[in-house]
Design a protein around this ligand. Structure first.
Ligand SMILES: Cc1ncc(COP(=O)(O)O)c(C=O)c1O
Length: 287
């Protein structure tokens, strides 16, 4: 039976319950992380914990333990669930309040860590994307760097993708530049040059940063730059990056074939290197 970390205790999944007055539920007031474990190691644990604390700090939410303690609790949750390969969900909400919006009536944040086994999936044939009519939240309204419990902006785009028979939604930012997908960062390759947008209008993806490092190590030219739809429509290769999705080739956007309509060579080379890295580095779960 899965054991969940909930507010200082480990409880069975069937007993892991939170209040209907939790502001994570009532207002989406909270932050989260999605982390992967491979071969008994947690990949980029420090980076995920750092981002969790940054998200929390941005919304003035004080996590009631140090980063070190938090990281240890994540490792312990994995250990108690005998994790080898899996997915870890960390949630910190504002906690239990009343029906009013005020975060100041919430006395204590709710802290949840779930470590579950997942099947490693891979879509080797590539994804079909549409550009959604929903624009990514502009930083003037809500920083896309906060990994918050409110994903409605992303979910609306994903619904539109589903309605238009696509696998994923590509979001533009409020100025019309390509931003990201609903839960992944985006890259395109043209004549060997690999480009991804700057992160003012999308999440500072940990996989994105890892891919930029891998690409440089493999000797590819990389660039962080704004770009527009016509750039990506005419790319040789496109791929998405994210902890859950890893490296996903994109073969079609807005009914236009990308390159030859098959996963690109550079994409697959980076994917191969990413697989090697995730299986050979990370924080050990067992001593
Ligand atoms: C909106 C959004 N963009 C990008 C990403 C990819 O980030 P990471 O590589 O850190 O998982 C995620 C995944 O959490 C996301 O939710």
């Amino acid at each position: 039976m899965t054991e969940i970390y909930l507010n200082g205790d480990f409880v069975l999944e069937s007993e892991a319950k939170i209040s209907v007055y939790d502001h994570g539920l009532l207002y989406g007031d909270g932050v989260f992380e999605g982390i992967r474990a491979y071969s008994k190691r947690i990949f980029k644990l420090k980076e995920h914990v750092d981002r969790l604390y940054e998200s929390a700090n941005t919304i003035s939410l004080n996590i009631p333990m140090s980063k070190d303690e938090f990281a240890k609790k994540i490792v312990e949750t994995c250990r108690r669930n005998n994790m080898v390969d899996g997915y870890i969900r960390v949630v910190v909400s504002r906690g239990v309040g009343d029906l009013g919006l005020s975060p100041f009536r919430c006395k204590k944040p709710t802290v949840i860590i779930i470590a579950k086994s997942i099947k490693l999936y891979s879509n080797e044939n590539g994804l079909k994307l549409i550009t959604t009519s929903v624009r990514r939240n502009p930083p003037q309204c809500l920083s896309p760097n906060i990994k918050s419990l409110n994903y409605l902006n992303n979910i609306l785009g994903r619904i539109e993708a589903h309605q238009r028979n696509a696998d994923e939604a590509l979001f533009l930012d409020i100025d019309g530049y390509v931003s990201e997908a609903s839960a992944d960062n985006v890259f395109y390759v043209k004549e060997g040059l690999i480009t991804t947008p700057p992160t003012a209008t999308n999440l500072k993806g940990i996989t994105r940063a890892t891919v930029l490092e891998i690409a440089k190590k493999l000797g590819y030219d990389t660039r962080v730059s704004h770009f527009i739809l016509s750039d990506i429509h005419n790319a040789d290769e496109v791929f998405l990056t994210g902890t859950a999705a890893e490296i996903e080739p994109v073969v079609e956007i807005d009914s236009k074939k990308i390159g030859d309509g098959k996963p690109g060579k550079i994409t697959m080379r980076i994917k191969e290197e990413y697989k090697k890295l995730v299986n050979s580095t990370g924080t050990p779960i067992y001593d």
